[in-house]
Design a protein around this ligand. Structure first.
Ligand code: PHE
Length: 345
């Protein structure tokens, strides 16, 4: 009898069921009332006592295996029946529909990074208006009436008034916020102001009629040119890499004295000369200087007691350097093929 049970164990183990009919056959043969298992249990009663233990164990094994198989096959058949229904009318050979998440705009990435660096140096973030009066954009910043520097920043005028300082315009730089801040706050002031500015320029790969700037302003007792240099040096290293060097070139802005243009060592060619730095080894990133005493006075701050420094940088320019973007227009066209390249940047 033991041999018979073992043969059946192998048979049950090897059985394959593909349809409900096969399953029913299996059930009838092994598990139904007249099936083999019941027959074997009847026969078991005749087994001599000394063999009962061994035969009983095997017989139970067979019973468990057959019942397990019946459950598994039943479940498998039910599942495939269910999914066949659900899939009716679906073409499972179609490619998966891609699920594209939006990406952060490269200018936003740069803006976040810049704000983060200055926040760690104790600069808070301030905001100012884009539609501005001549006073805040020019006159209070020490631009004399009809000074040629006004012409350098091709201005979009919104409304001409009788008095020049009342003219309404689109701000040509973020320096307007300097005056607005100093009017309302007492030193120490340590702020960055970031936003959109407008200039009436022909649109090309290198110029646009709208772009973004970040302005920095630090006013307190004993603020020196050294503080300006240290701050921008630290910024350049954080932004472009620890081996970045800076260079200051004398320059002119009506609202700073002395003024300097800030260059950084070209981080693409490390100074050996490339297209980005036009083979000079240096790229310009900012205008800066010590706040002119006239500007402090125009904003209600005692220039005998306080000094300050200011700087302004183009966000597009820094983003172009950072990611090797060659055409400014790409930032405003919202072509997703361009934007998607900054996924995870
Ligand atoms: N406002 C200047 C510009 O747009 C940059 C600047 C800001 C220079 C602050 C000096 C100090 O070019």
């Amino acid at each position: 009898m033991l041999d018979k049970i073992q043969d059946l164990l192998r048979e049950v183990d090897a059985v394959v069921v593909n349809s409900k009919e096969d399953l029913e056959k299996f059930r009838l043969k092994f598990i139904s009332r007249k099936g083999l298992l019941n027959e074997l249990f009847d026969e078991f009663k005749t087994v001599p006592n000394e063999q009962k233990k061994a035969v009983g164990q095997e017989l139970n094994k067979l019973k468990n295996l057959a019942e397990q198989k019946l459950r598994d096959f039943t479940e498998a058949l039910e599942q495939s029946a269910g999914s066949a229904d659900a899939n009716k009318g679906l073409d499972l050979t179609l490619p998966v529909a891609p699920n594209f998440a939006g990406t952060v705009h490269p200018l936003t990435l740069t803006r976040q990074r810049i704000l983060e660096i200055f926040a760690r140096m104790g600069f808070n973030h301030e905001d100012g208006p884009e539609v501005e009066t001549d006073w805040y954009n020019f006159t209070a910043l020490n631009f004399a009436e009809n000074h040629p520097a006004r012409e350098m920043q091709d201005t979009f005028f919104v409304e001409k008034k009788d008095v020049q300082k009342d003219d309404v315009l689109l701000r040509t730089h973020t320096s307007n916020v300097q005056v607005r801040l100093m009017e309302h706050k007492k030193p120490p002031i340590r702020s960055v102001m970031l936003g959109r500015v407008y200039r009436n320029e022909a649109i090309s790969a290198r110029a646009h009629c709208q772009f973004h700037q970040i302005e920095g302003l630090y006013v307190d007792k004993n603020v020196s040119f050294k503080d300006l240099k240290d701050t921008l040096y630290h910024f350049a290293k954080e932004m472009f890499g620890q081996d970045t060097k800076i260079r200051l070139r004398p320059s002119y802005f009506p609202f700073t004295e002395p003024s300097a243009e800030i260059d950084i060592s070209c981080f693409i060619c490390k100074g050996s000369g490339c297209n980005i730095c036009k083979h000079t080894g240096w790229v310009e990133i900012a205008g800066s200087g010590m706040v002119d005493p006239n500007v402090l006075e125009n904003s209600g701050i005692d220039s005998e007691e306080y000094t300050g420094f200011a700087f302004g940088m183009g966000i597009e320019r820094i983003t172009m350097l950072r990611y090797g973007v060659r055409d400014l227009r790409l930032f405003f066209e919202n072509d997703v093929r361009f934007l998607r390249q900054f996924e995870g940047a």
